[in-house]
Write a protein that binds this ligand. Structure first.
Ligand SMILES: NC(=O)c1ccc[n+]([C@@H]2O[C@H](COP(=O)([O-])OP(=O)(O)OC[C@H]3O[C@@H](n4cnc5c(N)ncnc54)[C@H](OP(=O)(O)O)[C@@H]3O)[C@@H](O)[C@H]2O)c1
Length: 374
């Protein structure tokens, strides 16, 4: 097996293992690790581990522990990790220390850690005589760290949009009816997504039209309770809405540019207006991260908020649920509005991570282009 193919195989495996903890590690990254030894009859995987939950052991230490549990000595082996091993003391001691102590000969990692304190582990390893290589052989492993790197570099949460649409790209009828475009299996997917993010966000338009609860229901394990966030420039969210009435049970935030007041159970974040006169989305997202520690946001808004986010280049990932149905009505609501795009080159292109059928519908999982660089 060539070195490139071996690296891809190991890093792919590390990334797949890491995904198991999706929703449990934020604001830490998802990280997976595989320890392998090259042998005469091919590679032998002697340890696998991943970062399971915030504050828990890092992937490298999990993999080293797994290795010893299985009765192997990691001395001289290669350690494959989706993220550069950290060199700082956080909730756990530095991973570089564990790697050096174990006598690992070579470290191959998929992304450099851009953190001021945590990053730079490869230099520490090199100084200690451990060869360390950054590899982009596995797209899966490279992109795994996108949300973490986005938070560090852009000081804002990772933004995941989700919408349900017809084949002709409509997300509601001309009268605002959207429940339900897709079937029950897709709706279960949405509840699962909600159970893994820090916040679920809508605009005041969706709050008024659908009166949603935005909670995660009928999921096996709610990994984190998402704060419900409403972008509401003028403070028009009804005090009788389901969101306000249940704010005592589920955290709820209204982001507004007005002086409007809400019951004490609702947290109000006052921000400025953007150029279009509505809540400044860039400021809103930045403050959700810096003031409330929101690391990931699931946007379940309608066309206006989706249009604003697209325009600002703030949609990092999208789950698009497509029903095999055509409305054929020019007045029905499109996925996103508010942009001017006379040429195809004005469109925002995403890359498809995966397409799959669920019941009668199809889910397209997309990522913003341009992420995934070291
Ligand atoms: N099929 C689906 O997946 C789906 C999902 C969600 C909604 N919908 C449908 O979409 C329709 C509602 O559409 P909508 O466009 O009114 O919903 P929306 O995008 O959720 O809300 C739009 C409103 O949010 C407020 N807002 C605050 N800051 C904003 C910003 N930076 N950019 C844009 N808007 C901002 C504005 O009202 P203020 O001026 O009051 O702040 C704006 O009118 C409903 O019929 C609903 O059923 C469908």
């Amino acid at each position: 097996m060539t070195d490139e193919r071996r690296t891809k195989r190991m890093l792919d495996l590390a990334a797949r293992v890491a995904w198991r903890a999706w929703g449990d590690t934020d604001p830490n990254p998802l990280v997976g690790c595989v320890i392998a030894r090259e042998g005469g009859r091919g590679d032998e995987i002697i340890g696998i581990g991943h970062h399971r939950r915030f504050g828990g052991l890092h992937a490298e230490r999990e993999a080293l522990a797994d290795c010893r549990r299985r009765g192997h000595d990691p001395k001289g082996a290669t350690l494959y990790c989706t993220l550069e091993p950290c060199r700082h003391v956080g909730k756990q001691p530095p991973c570089t220390e564990a790697v050096i102590e174990a006598g690992i000969a070579r470290v191959v990692y998929a992304r450099r850690d851009p953190g001021h304190e945590s990053g730079g582990g490869c230099a520490v390893l090199e100084t200690a005589g451990v060869e360390s290589v950054c590899s982009d052989a596995s797209m899966l492993a490279t992109r795994l760290s996108d949300p973490f790197i986005c938070r560090v570099r852009e000081n804002r949460p990772w933004v995941i949009a989700k919408w349900a649409q017809t084949l002709d790209g409509k997300i509601a009828t001309r009268t605002g009816e959207s429940q339900w475009i897709t079937g029950p299996l897709m709706r279960r997917r949405v509840h699962r997504l909600r159970s893994r993010v820090d916040a679920v966000l809508v605009g005041s338009g969706t709050a008024a039209a659908d009166d949603p609860m935005l909670t995660a229901r009928d999921v096996r394990r709610v990994r984190r309770v998402a704060t419900r966030v409403v972008l509401d420039t003028g403070g028009r969210l009804s005090h009788d809405s389901a969101l306000v009435r249940t704010a005592g049970q589920t955290p709820t935030v209204v982001v507004t540019a007005s002086e409007a007041t809400f019951p004490a159970s609702v947290r109000v974040l006052r921000v400025g207006r953007g150029g279009d006169g509505v809540v400044d989305v860039t400021e809103a997202l930045g403050r959700l991260w810096t003031e409330l520690g929101v690391a990931s946001v699931l946007v379940e808004a309608g066309p206006r908020v989706l249009g604003s986010l697209l325009q600002a280049g703030l949609i990092d990932e999208a789950f698009v649920h497509i029903a095999p149905m055509v409305l054929g009505d020019a007045e029905a609501m499109s996925v996103a509005v508010g942009r001017t795009a006379p040429r195809l080159t004005d469109g925002r292109r995403l890359s498809v991570v995966r397409a799959r059928a669920l019941g009668e519908d199809v889910e397209l999982w997309c990522r913003r282009r341009g992420t995934g660089q070291s």
